[in-house]
Every structure is written in C-alpha cells, then in structure tokens.
Design a protein around this ligand. Sequence first.
Ligand SMILES: Cc1cc2nc3c(=O)[nH]c(=O)nc-3n(C[C@H](O)[C@H](O)[C@H](O)COP(=O)(O)O)c2cc1C
Length: 184
Amino acid sequence: MTIKIVGLTGSLRRGSFNMASLRAAQELLPEGASLEILDVSAIPFFNEDVEKEGVPQVVVDFKAQVKTADAILIATPEYNYSIPPVLKNALDWGSRGGDNSWSGKPLAIMSASPGLLGGARAQYHLRQVCVILNLQPLNKPEVFIMSAHTKFDAEGRLTDDYTRKAISKLLQALVDQAQGRPQD
Ligand SMILES: Cc1cc2nc3c(=O)[nH]c(=O)nc-3n(C[C@H](O)[C@H](O)[C@H](O)COP(=O)(O)O)c2cc1C
C-alpha cells in the first residue's frame, strides 16, 4: 500500500527555500510513498464569523486532503523565532469543524533559513502546537537547513549532499512510523 504524504510550508515566497526543500523531498521519497505538496496560498485568514457563515471551499478541500493522508511533512520557515502566520493559519483551519484533520497523523518537520540555526526555534514552537492538534511529530532525525542560500541553486534545486541524505532519512523514518514500524 502506498503511503500518502502531504507536505506544506508557511512561505508564499516564489523563491522559498522551504518550498524548494519540499520539492527536493519529492525526489528523495522511499519506495512506496507519494508526496503531494498542498497549496495554502488561497486559504483566507481564520475568522469564526466566516466559519459560521460557511467554511470556504478551499478550506474544505484542504481538510479533505489532510484527512486522507497517512502522514504529514511540514517545511517551516522561521519568522521572529516562530512559525509564519500562513502555516499557523492552515493548522488552525485544519483543526476546526469538530473534526480535527491532523489528529493522530505522523508528522516530519524540517526547516530552512539563511541563518545559522536553520529555523530550529520555529521547529520547537511548531512542536508545541502539535500537542493540541494531536499531531505525532517524529523526534528524530531533526533536519535544520542552515545557510540555506548556499544549499540550493538558482533553480531552487537542493545541491547539498548532506542535506539530501538528511531529508531521505527523515522521509524513511516518517514512512516507517506511518507503517507502524517506528525507528529506535
Ligand atoms: C518577518 C520575518 C521574520 C524572520 N525571522 C527570522 C528568524 O527569527 N530566524 C531566522 O532564521 N530567519 C528569520 N527570517 C528570515 C527567513 O528565515 C528567510 O526569509 C527565509 O528565506 C524564509 O523562508 P523561505 O525561504 O521558505 O521563504 C525572517 C524573515 C521574515 C520575513
């Protein structure tokens, strides 16, 4: 059975390193896994009034894609030591409607930043949010893509071998978890 992974990021930037790392992950998948990158750019800001008046179709579709996934991959930028609002917004919408779409899903986290910590602080904020969402983040391997501007070429292709291997290991661990074979 194919393990269906859905990926998302909180960057809307055309040249996003985090989106580029999701695309790299598509090339590095273990056998028997698929990765669909979800577009969160059209999801409106969460508003309880809008929710009461009728959940926008784009959100309905987003939740349906998450619900049918076996596992989640998030590549988060770090904005002011935390996750960007675009990502939090998508996480919030997904948690609503009396059917938390994230609940119980294995999650792999990575982050890319031009800085030296590679988005580590955002990852730990994200892990805190996972508690209430009942997402099941892998503890390891941890993938921090630091000095990201040196690791992708002009076309956004991940050229750094060490990082490619790290993402491969993360994906393997995620698939193992989704198949009920957690690593030591
Ligand atoms: C509002 C804002 C806050 C930022 N804060 C941080 C930060 O706290 N730590 C960090 O490493 N980079 C920070 N950055 C730089 C981002 O890591 C950088 O813009 C990165 O390329 C964003 O990810 P992306 O390439 O996927 O768009 C910040 C950028 C923005 C726009």
